[in-house]
Design a protein around this ligand. Structure first.
Ligand code: SF4
Ligand code: SF4
Length: 135
């Protein structure tokens, strides 16, 4: 059993800190592109042209040059929350973040939703599902 077998405490406050402030990538899978274009009610081609960038053979969301914020971060909130990509849906339950208790504690320094007083206990089954989605 993993060290987090009894679950982990987390509730997103939608603070937006994981959505910018430093250079990074929000990778999009084909299903992410489909979901996001449907959410925005635009074609996949339009989504890619307006909001994405090609990095090697992969597609990432654009970020703003001035502060590296994700192009969809508006007033510190995700403006496409329901249609957001898998990478965003699964954070902070990424393999590297749950690799050890220490890694999780370090992630909590970046994500205020971890171990906050309002946090819910996320059960192992949900964590495992998110880890699978993230792969
Ligand atoms: S840093 Fe954590 S609490 Fe803040 S928006 Fe991201 S996932 Fe939510
Ligand atoms: S799509 Fe939304 S949740 Fe994902 S990085 Fe951009 S603003 Fe944040």
């Amino acid at each position: 059993m993993p060290w987090y077998e009894k679950g982990l405490k987390f509730k997103c406050t939608e603070c937006g800190k994981c959505c910018g402030g430093a250079p990074g990538y929000v990778w999009l899978t084909n299903s992410d592109i489909q979901r996001l274009s449907e959410h925005l009610n635009i074609s996949e081609d339009e989504l890619i042209k307006k909001y994405c960038r090609q990095v090697g053979n992969r597609i990432s969301l654009k970020e703003r040059a001035v502060n590296y914020n994700c192009i969809f971060l508006v007033d510190s909130r995700c403006s496409v929350y329901e249609g957001r990509p898998t990478q965003c849906r699964t954070y902070p339950f990424w393999g590297k973040n749950v690799a050890s208790k220490r890694a999780w504690e370090e992630t909590s320094l970046e994500c205020e939703g971890i171990n906050s007083p309002q946090a819910d206990l996320i059960p192992l089954s949900v964590i495992r599902k998110k880890l699978q989605e993230e792969e």
